[in-house]
Design a protein around this ligand. Structure first.
Ligand code: SF4
Length: 298
């Protein structure tokens, strides 16, 4: 990985009101990518893995909303067909026969793997504990995120579905931090979470960890430190670009000075024009007060 500090134009935006676990990860992987998406407001075009991820999440959420006796494989596949058809129709302008085939295969494989890991008819879950928003204020930093589900028997556990495969051990802490942050946010609100769980649907694996106080504190510290570093970068108008394998999937690669020495200054008219030509759009920032406004890109 090569790091390069990149000067940007002042785009007149403050930091988003909230910081989500996924934004935290984006910032740590590459500050400049975070700046393009969360400060300058460029909407990254949908990519197949994210679309498959949201399709499978929607199917599992809808399955869990049903009475326990109805949560069987036949119902899951009916939901997959229904939600999948809708997903394909929403993205039909850019999906090809090939990508639709990949989408169908991977989402079906994810559901098959899900049934290897648990029997949904045995899962006790309240509808309000599905896709539940979590907000908390930690040292003036507003945490916001949406967890996949909480189950409360035999103990309280936050579960997060991952449509990828279980990663190598060195990458697990980052994924665990996301669910630890939710557990820490709920603890601030007075709710105790005993365990967090990552359910890897790409490889039929699960990872369960107790919510050690140290792990919760470390996750919150990361959040607060990152927010402080974001504020410094915003004031300096200089963000660190971290080049590496992820650049291949980055929507801003063509206008990134760390990847392209001819790239104009990010935030300049020339840079913005190139992004528009690449098909990216800018989001409109909410003018709601920070307390009530939703985060910029959640
Ligand atoms: S191309 Fe790479 S270095 Fe540049 S913004 Fe994207 S992730 Fe960061």
């Amino acid at each position: 990985m090569v790091e390069m500090t990149v000067a940007v134009e002042d785009v007149g935006s403050a930091l988003p009101a909230h910081l989500s676990p996924s934004q935290l990860s984006t910032f740590e992987k590459c500050e400049l990518s975070y700046w393009f998406s969360s400060v300058a407001g460029w909407r990254e075009p949908p990519q197949l893995p994210q679309i498959i991820g949201s399709l499978v999440h929607d199917v599992l959420e809808n399955l869990m909303k049903l009475p326990k006796v109805e949560r069987d494989k036949a119902m899951a596949w009916d939901l997959l067909r229904e939600v999948g058809a809708n997903t394909i129709s929403v993205h039909q302008s850019w999906l090809t026969d090939g990508t639709i085939g990949v989408l169908k295969q991977r989402s079906a494989d994810s559901l098959s793997n899900y049934f290897k890991l648990e029997d949904p008819s045995q899962v006790e879950v309240l509808i309000e504990d599905l896709e539940r928003p979590v907000t908390a204020i930690v040292k003036d930093v507003k945490l916001y995120g949406r967890l996949d589900r909480i189950t409360r028997k035999p103990l309280t556990r936050i579960s997060d579905y991952k449509t990828g495969k279980k990663p190598a051990a060195k990458y697990l802490p980052e994924s665990l931090r996301q669910v630890m942050l939710y557990a820490a946010g709920l603890k601030i609100q007075g709710e105790t979470v005993h365990e967090v769980e990552l359910i890897y649907l790409g490889s039929a694996d699960r990872v369960v960890r107790p919510t050690y106080p140290n792990a919760l504190d470390r996750a919150l510290l990361d959040l607060v430190n990152a927010r402080g570093n974001m504020q410094v970068a915003l004031e300096r108008k200089a963000w660190v670009a971290k080049t590496g394998p992820l650049c291949r999937y980055c929507a801003f690669e063509k206008v990134c000075p760390a990847r392209n020495s001819d790239a104009p200054t990010p935030g300049s008219e020339a840079s913005n024009q190139q992004l528009v030509q690449l098909g990216l759009e800018k989001r409109v920032r909410s003018n709601l007060p920070q307390e009530s406004g939703l985060p910029f890109d959640d």
